[in-house]
Design a protein around this ligand. Structure first.
Ligand code: GUN
Ligand code: FE
Length: 422
């Protein structure tokens, strides 16, 4: 059995309402999993290797439940449009370029390097509809020690010619060959990725559903993000009782099919009930929802209902890969919703968004997002010395400042499943 410890200023989420901190504590790793957090190292383990990070903060690796790797090159650009215009003007022209593997490798290398040096340990990533580029992204992500799911995107209607797959069969065939080609990977796994209902025909969805069952794969997509999008889905799928039902009809909405739906800004009562019943994960993407003026998701309501939920950066509709930024924006957006929309829904707290960015999203991966015993040993060591304090501050206060001021901190070391990756 391989055992070691790391030592430092520890913070992790115990529950939605409680962050646990421990000064100069130890986290013990046993074969890639946490064996617990300790104030003093148990006698039996006194001889194991211990990496002491002094006054550095140690937190669980952050979980990005929704990010588009091919959109990384244009983040921060084109933020003056709403979803559909933004897709047509900025997103699709960039994604077309990933048919050229050399371009894809160059662009994905930059994305992966930044992801590696961020506090994110696991991510659910959209590629493009190009299988070779998506496979390269997965292989490289695994080689760098990162973990997560990556999807080859499917789209066979309402898409520009260069991205529109020839037919449902052609899209499904390419998807199956990509699934088979990724079989040798272990920490980076395939996830079925119909882009969203407007770009996926019923026949394509049926074929993806067959692949889902055959290969027992999870699914990720977009849901109820923007009002014009929702109207469009209503016209395209009049037989569906709501947007979510258009996924459910094809068996791609939770239950035996683990599912992440990004946004859920305008989900109605029926859609919410279906998501809750089927255990669909919501990826809340506050920066994206702000940049594309999509709206403010009712996150307090989702929390009160006990829905499965985490945070996503949604680059490039979100401009930053930083999950700290996503946390701060989740708090800020919830305050605007409370002040301007619904005074009965209290704003989120730092404690709650830290939970969403760790244990909340981590639940999609089984036991990830905590330092507690039994969880995957995913930890990041943070150097926050540039955030200067004029008075003594607690570990807990340092974490709160980090959430708002993360631009001034850097990741010193990162462990995923017990393996040090930086
Ligand atoms: N809906 C369909 N495609 C996309 C995308 O790339 N980004 C966002 N934010 N929403 C989408
Ligand atoms: Fe998205």
């Amino acid at each position: 059995m391989e055992r070691f410890a790391i030592r430092g200023q520890i913070c992790y989420s115990e529950s939605q309402k409680k962050i646990r901190t421990m000064e100069r504590g130890y986290v013990v790793c046993e074969d890639g999993k946490s064996a617990g957090v300790f104030e003093t190292l148990p006698e039996a383990w006194s001889g194991i290797p211990c990496y002491d990070y002094g006054d550095r903060l140690i937190i669980p690796g952050l979980i990005d439940l929704h990010v588009h790797a091919p959109q990384y090159p244009f983040r921060g650009l084109g933020m003056d449009q709403e979803l559909i215009d933004w897709l047509n003007t900025h997103t699709f022209p960039e994604e077309e370029k990933y048919g050229d593997l050399a371009y894809a490798q160059k662009a994905y290398a930059i994305f992966l390097d930044d992801l590696l040096h961020s506090a994110t340990t696991r991510a659910c990533v959209f590629g493009t509809c190009h299988k070779d580029a998506t496979l390269w992204l997965m292989e490289q992500m695994e080689a760098e020690g990162l973990a997560g799911y990556v999807g080859k995107v499917n789209m066979d209607r309402n898409s520009p010619a260069e991205l529109c797959e020839e037919s449902p069969e052609a899209s499904a065939e390419a998807t199956e060959s990509w699934i088979l080609a990724s079989a040798g990977l272990s920490n980076v796994r395939p996830i079925l990725t119909p882009r969203f209902i407007p770009t996926c025909s019923d026949e394509l969805m049926e074929r993806l559903s067959a692949l889902q069952k055959q290969y027992d794969l999870p699914v990720q997509s977009h849901l109820s993000e923007n009002l014009s999008e929702i109207d469009w889905v209503r016209q395209l799928q009049p037989e569906a009782s709501c947007y979510g039902d258009a996924y459910r009809m094809h068996g791609l909405f939770g239950g035996s099919c683990p599912t992440i739906m990004a946004h859920c800004v305008y989900s109605g009562e029926e859609e919410i009930r279906m998501m809750k019943e089927q255990g669909v994960f919501i990826a809340h993407c506050p920066e994206s929802n702000t940049n594309l003026a999509s709206g403010i998701a009712p996150v307090r309501k989702y929390m009160e209902l006990g829905m499965q939920m985490g945070l996503g950066t949604d680059v490039a509709a979100g401009s930053s890969l930083s999950m700290f930024r996503a946390m701060a924006m989740a708090v800020q957006c919830s305050k605007l919703r409370w002040r301007l929309v619904d005074q009965s829904q209290a704003p989120l707290t730092a404690t709650e968004v830290f939970y969403l960015a760790t244990k909340g999203g981590g639940a999609f991966f089984g036991k990830a997002g905590s330092l507690e015993e039994g969880y995957e040993f995913d930890a990041v060591v943070i150097d926050d010395r540039k955030i200067r304090h004029a008075r003594p501050v607690s570990v807990r206060e340092r974490l709160e400042r980090l959430i708002y001021l993360d631009g001034d901190a850097s990741v010193d070391a990162k462990y995923i499943k017990g393996k040090q990756v930086i």
